[in-house]
Design a protein around this ligand. Structure first.
Ligand code: NAP
Ligand code: ZN
Length: 356
């Protein structure tokens, strides 16, 4: 990495229009303010939300857009007030890089729901500049939104935990403490889903993977140690599983029929919705009412949740299943993710790529 003057300009891979095709893009970074950290990006996870966003599927994309909110970086420069990190630390940055820092939500580790939250990319920072994500050589972020990556975790391994992992952990941790063996369903075995299976298993749950085909059955049972596998297209299998689950974590990113999944829930069961499906989803009120069932949604997790997850991950000795690629194949990686052809997540080796 060159001098700090050079680092004020960074190069990222940006989408310019709803085709979502990424190509190199040069832009300026703000100065490192007293509370800020300048980081050199090492790795960045590829999340389905990145694909929704570059294509403008969530309706608010501002181009050019550099995605990436599973960022692993090395601290290069610190603001004068930053005491909890030092130069050379390996840190992680997830889905938000700002909030009001004083509301009830911010004060109760729910800053991801703060009405003044600032998204890591596709947003506007307090100084009026567009926020750009981790498919780039460097970022400047407020230290409050960084987490330290435990030394024993390989940095590329930790990347998926910063968004996909915490998206699963945050709603699942409500089912962690009671000592009861919950029966959980993980719907969609992709980036979020595969981490959710590992997390739920490590919490001691009985885990059923609900998948659109039987293609991932062997790996789900053998590598992820799921307890059961249910093919959602099989009417017979779905019928047999009616009223059997305490919760279902729903990660399917396209429109899908909620009633058939709701029928799998026991009385008082919960559908935990995390997929950002860009079209309306439908369900029947009577199905919910008669079973006192609930649909709950959840958005990423707090910095505290992320720190908890990193420790949990290290303590339980878990391993993410990733394919590490250089940034020049990111467009192909998006296509493969869309075709459901990745086990289970791409991580970009940003520092090892030629970004030009
Ligand atoms: P992903 O890797 O593409 O996985 C999605 C999985 O859904 C697939 O592996 C597939 O599993 C299943 N699926 C079923 N039908 C599909 C279809 N027609 N097309 C694609 N997948 C299909 O996605 P992800 O990165 O896990 O993200 C999942 C969703 O969560 C996205 O909508 C993303 O935006 C959202 N998300 C939300 C948050 C949050 O804070 N709430 C955070 C991160 C991501 P099977 O093969 O098992 O059917
Ligand atoms: Zn706030």
């Amino acid at each position: 990495m060159g001098s700090l003057e050079v680092e004020r300009t960074t190069i990222g891979w940006a989408a310019r229009d709803p085709s979502g095709v990424l190509s190199p893009y040069t832009y300026s970074l703000r100065e490192t303010g007293p509370d800020d950290i300048l980081l050199r990006v090492l790795y960045c996870g590829v999340d389905h939300t990145d694909l929704h966003q570059v294509r403008g599927e969530l309706g608010n994309t501002k181009y050019p857009l550099v995605p990436g909110h599973e960022v692993i970086g090395e601290v290069v420069e610190l603001g004068s007030k930053v005491k909890n990190f030092k130069v050379g630390d390996i840190i992680g940055v997830g889905g938000i890089i700002g909030s009001c820092e004083k509301c009830t939500l911010c004060n109760s580790n729910l800053e991801q729901y703060c009405s003044n939250r600032i998204f890591t990319y596709n947003d506007v920072y307090k100084d009026g500049t567009p926020t750009q994500g981790g498919y780039s050589s460097a970022m400047v972020i407020h230290h409050r939104f960084a987490v330290k990556i435990p030394e024993k975790l390989a940095p590329e391994q930790a990347a998926p935990l910063l968004c996909a992992g915490v998206t699963a952990y945050s709603p699942l941790k409500e089912f962690m403490d009671s000592g009861k063996v919950y029966k959980g369903g993980i719907l969609g075995l992709g980036g979020v889903g595969h981490l959710a299976v590992m997390i739920a298993k490590a919490m001691g749950h009985h885990v059923t993977v609900i998948s659109s085909s039987d293609k991932k059955k062997e790996e789900a049972m053998e590598h992820l140690h799921a307890d059961a596998f249910l093919v959602s297209r099989s009417e017979d299998e779905m019928k047999q599983a009616i009223n059997s689950l305490d919760y279902i974590l729903d990660t399917v990113p396209v429109v899908h029929p909620l009633p058939s999944y709701i029928s799998l829930l026991k009385t008082e069961g919960k559908l935990l919705l995390v997929a950002a499906v860009p079209q309306p989803l439908q369900f029947l009120a009577a199905d919910m009412i008669r079973g006192k069932k609930a649909i709950m949604a959840s958005f990423i997790g707090s910095v505290k949740d992320t720190e908890e997850l990193l420790n949990f991950w290290e303590e339980k000795g878990l391993t993410t299943m990733i394919e590490v690629v250089k940034i020049d194949v990111v467009n192909e990686a998006f296509e493969r993710m869309e075709r459901n052809d990745v086990r289970y997540k791409f991580v970009l080796d940003v520092a090892g790529s030629n970004l030009q």
